[in-house]
Write a protein that binds this ligand. Structure first.
Ligand code: FAD
Length: 477
């Protein structure tokens, strides 16, 4: 990816065909023993020779996927005392590259993960990727792509886990019946399916948005590679949201998958035990979920500061709404009107909390990580809920209205039930952490108002979802 998007024509011609055909494998060397989340603090050094022809690279990288069989190494290092990283293309035959043994990992044991050492490696100057000091930008942009790809990957994993769990629940008999007949098992199957369907909706939405953005930039005359990077970068907050939400959905499904398997879920003989261990890494790599939660809020606030997004206007409008008599409006005519109103309200909770927190802490908001995390959680739930609603509405348009998407409406209602609770809890946590007196009372009231839903029979909605999967013996939404 770094060569494809940042390489010059010569570099692309030299490496891409063999990487694309699979003849060569590549690895991405960013992390070091002392620099993980704080990637720009890497210590690996590159020193340019006096004649300007060669860099000498020294340093150590850790946790490098594919290292064991890679031909091409993209290595991030600092030239001299530069503040920012630069990126270099190294190849395995270069003298001075050595590897540690394979790491003994909890999961994803099919992937090679090793430490890589660079001892006076002589790298031709033309192997510098992009320009000096541009490495951190390359790393960040490539990570955006990695995050959205990870979301698609964990979605596939999650569906596979549900297939196995449903199948097992249909085959395993206890107390004279298949365990899939029991309400608590149905509830698990439903909640796993609801979360996965919601994730898929958000992945479809963000990827289509990105494709559209790239197409529009290309139409405006931009070169494909630059348009791709710019298109993805403009949806960087969504990439972070999907990475966090997706990896946590998969962890939820594997955990409940193990539970449905009972003792067999704990046995190394089953795929479920492996899935449980394999899933865990997704919350750690491609930027930990803590870092991505912070990035989500940070990137949105930066967009607002750059004038690309009006946050303060709507936030002030919500603050004004809180002090006025509530407008209950007319009763919704369709389920979509009703759920659209919920999304609007969820957005108000985010605006209310982000607006007040930004006003209260101004520049020191970055130090209030717990509150940022709460706001990120509210944002994530709102984004995913809206994506799900948009998907079901669109499907209804194709399938003859509400009656054509009854099952999808059950999925939507079940997701919103949980989302409203999560937004309410995260909002309360933020509120109790910084507000007091009248402000606290008013915002607490607002939070209650904006996360309120008309009650429906959640057990029945979940049962409809579970019973469909059980009848089909797989994830089928
Ligand atoms: C199997 C595997 C494969 C990998 N593949 C690659 C690869 O191919 N290439 C590569 O370059 N790297 C790779 N990595 C490294 C991976 O990206 C890092 O492990 C990850 O970025 C976290 O860095 P760290 O392990 O140093 O954790 P740390 O950064 O030390 O984090 C430890 C904990 O502290 C938290 N934390 C850190 N900073 C903050 C902060 N400012 N505020 C709040 N919390 C914070 C983190 O969220 C985490 O919970 C891989 C790792 C693994 C395990």
């Amino acid at each position: 990816m770094p060569i494809l998007y940042y390489g010059n024509e010569e570099q692309k011609a030299k490496y891409i065909p063999k990487l694309a055909s699979g003849e060569w494998k590549a690895c991405y060397c960013l992390t070091e023993p002392s620099s993980g989340s704080d990637a720009n603090s890497a210590k690996t050094k590159a020193v340019l020779s006096e004649d300007g022809k060669t860099y000498t690279i020294n340093g150590q990288k850790m946790w490098i996927t594919n290292a064991g069989f890679a031909h091409v190494f993209t290595v991030f290092a600092k030239i001299g005392d530069d503040e920012n990283l630069s990126a270099f293309i190294l190849t395995k035959e270069m003298e001075g590259i050595t590897l540690n043994a394979e790491e003994k990992k909890m999961g994803i044991k099919g992937s090679s993960t090793r430490q890589v050492f660079f001892n006076n490696v002589q790298v031709p100057a033309e192997n510098l990727l992009s320009t000096r000091g541009n490495g951190f930008k390359i790393a960040v942009n490539i990570l955006n792509i990695g995050r959205i790809k990870l979301a698609g990957g964990v979605l596939g994993g999650s569906k596979g886990v549900i297939d196995d769990a449903v199948n097992y629940s249909n085959e395993r008999n206890q107390f004279g019946r298949p365990i899939s007949k029991y309400g608590m098992i149905k509830e698990k199957i439903a909640r796993m399916s609801v979360k996965s369907f919601a994730l898929e909706s958000a992945v479809y939405r963000a990827t289509q948005n990105i494709d559209d953005a790239i197409a529009s930039l290309e139409k405006g005359g931009m070169e494909k590679g630059i348009a791709t990077l710019k298109g993805i970068a403009s949806f960087a907050p969504e990439c972070a949201i999907l990475k966090v939400f997706g990896s946590e959905v998969l962890d939820y499904t594997v955990d409940e998958g193990v539970q449905i398997f009972g003792g067999m879920g704990y046995s190394a003989e089953t795929r479920m035990e492996k899935a449980y261990r394999d899933a865990r890494i997704n919350r750690i790599f491609e930027g930990t979920n803590e870092i991505n939660r912070m990035l989500t809020v940070d990137m949105i606030l930066k967009k607002a500061m750059k004038g690309e997004l009006d946050l303060m206007g709507p936030a002030m409008a919500v603050a004004g709404e809180l002090t006025s008599i509530p407008d209950f409006g007319s009763a919704p005519e369709t389920v979509f009107d009703e759920y659209r109103a919920y999304v609007k309200n969820f957005k108000k909770t985010v605006l209310m909390m982000a607006g007040s927190a930004a006003q209260k802490f101004t520049m020191s908001l970055a130090k209030e990580q717990e509150i940022l995390g709460n706001i990120a959680d509210m944002t994530i739930q709102t984004y995913v809920a809206e994506s799900l609603l948009l998907r079901v509405e669109k499907l209804a348009g194709r399938k003859g209205g509400e009656s054509g998407v009854e099952l999808e409406i059950s999925l939507m209602k079940s997701f919103f039930f949980d989302a409203a609770e999560e937004i309410s809890t995260a909002g309360k946590s933020a509120l109790w952490s910084f507000a007091e007196g009248d402000e606290m009372r008013m915002m607490q009231m607002g939070l209650k108002r904006f996360t309120k839903m008309t009650p429906f029979n959640i057990k029945e909605e979940r049962r409809k979802v579970a019973e469909k999967a059980i009848a089909e013996n797989k994830y089928c939404f």
